[in-house]
Design a protein around this ligand. Structure first.
Ligand SMILES: NC(=O)c1ccc[n+]([C@@H]2O[C@H](COP(=O)([O-])OP(=O)(O)OC[C@H]3O[C@@H](n4cnc5c(N)ncnc54)[C@H](OP(=O)(O)O)[C@@H]3O)[C@@H](O)[C@H]2O)c1
Length: 264
């Protein structure tokens, strides 16, 4: 089996590629060059793959257009299986980049392909630079309210779940919300690090879509359920506090190798 990963050279794509490699699946990481000369470049890049995992770059101005091109290329290449890396709570009109994923999800559902949608919460790893700074300053600084609930998730758990969905039967037509094991606030995470959480102002030149996201986080956080991820992994997801503290997943069991006769 070989999985083409659109966005495979990015942060998420590298994690997914590593998770697939751990279960013995060949991967074809693809970057922006695959989109350089549409539609031929993408169809050629996907030719011969058994499945395609679609990850759009961060804050792409037209994510539905990118996903539509990916779906058309998959069909042209005769690939029946597609998974799409969406986001938790995609239909939030106040967050344009979430809304783009909601529109793209609709395209995937109507693609005629065997699809699965993955909706991860924000990665716990996003807070690592702030956590490292907190070790020196004693302050965990974020540009949104520190007392709102998040289902922060370990990117490596998301990647492992993606590998499960791509390599085990029974996931076509499914939409999985992927949150960590419990809702947490930044204040709680700071306390676990022996630091104090502070809300700071977003950078003056911050992307307007990220400003919109921080404003939404100020009011609502991003609560996300953790049950689907635990079910996919067959274990509890790694807590965000462990990610920030650099504690390994042990004794979490390793990903199961997939017997050849169980691969789709
Ligand atoms: N960070 C989070 O907490 C979080 C949570 C949920 C969902 N997500 C979603 O995860 C996705 C991936 O995020 P990431 O941080 O992994 O992204 P990333 O590291 O920025 O990776 C971007 C990937 O997209 C490719 N790319 C860049 N510009 C492109 C273009 N114009 N057309 C086609 N491909 C292009 C890059 O290829 P090159 O190497 O050739 O540049 C690279 O493979 C985003 O859609 C984000 O919304 C993120």
């Amino acid at each position: 089996m070989e999985v083409a990963i659109l966005g495979g050279s990015g942060k998420t794509g590298r994690a997914v590629g590593a998770a697939l490699a751990r279960v013995g699946v060949a991967t074809r990481p693809l970057g922006r060059a695959a989109f350089a000369d549409l539609p031929s470049s993408l169809s050629a890049a996907l030719a011969g793959a058994d499945a395609v995992h679609v990850i759009a770059p961060n804050l792409h101005p037209d994510e539905p257009g990118l996903v539509a091109a990916a779906l058309a290329a998959a069909r042209a290449a005769g690939i029946a299986r597609v998974t799409y890396h969406s986001v938790a709570s995609p239909y939030v009109p106040a967050m344009p980049h979430h809304l783009g994923k909601a529109v793209a999800e609709d395209l995937v559902r109507r693609s005629g392909l065997d699809w699965t949608l993955l909706q991860p919460c924000a990665y716990a790893q996003n807070l690592l630079p702030a956590a490292r700074a907190a070790a020196t300053t004693g302050h965990l600084d974020v540009p949104y309210a520190v007392d709102r609930p998040f289902g922060l998730v370990d990117l490596d758990d998301v990647a492992e779940a993606t590998a499960v969905v791509l390599t085990r039967p029974g996931h076509a037509g499914a939409t999985y919300e992927l949150g960590g094991p419990a809702l947490v606030t930044v204040a709680e995470l700071a306390a676990a690090l022996g630091a104090t959480a502070r809300r700071i102002e977003p950078a003056a030149d911050e992307h307007p879509w990220l400003r919109a996201m921080f404003a939404y986080y100020d009011d609502h956080g991003l609560p996300t359920g953790g049950v689907p991820l635990a079910a996919l992994l067959g274990r509890s997801p790694r807590p965000a506090a462990d990610v920030l503290a650099g504690r390994s997943c042990q004794p979490c069991p390793p990903a199961l190798a997939v017997p050849d006769d169980e691969r789709p």
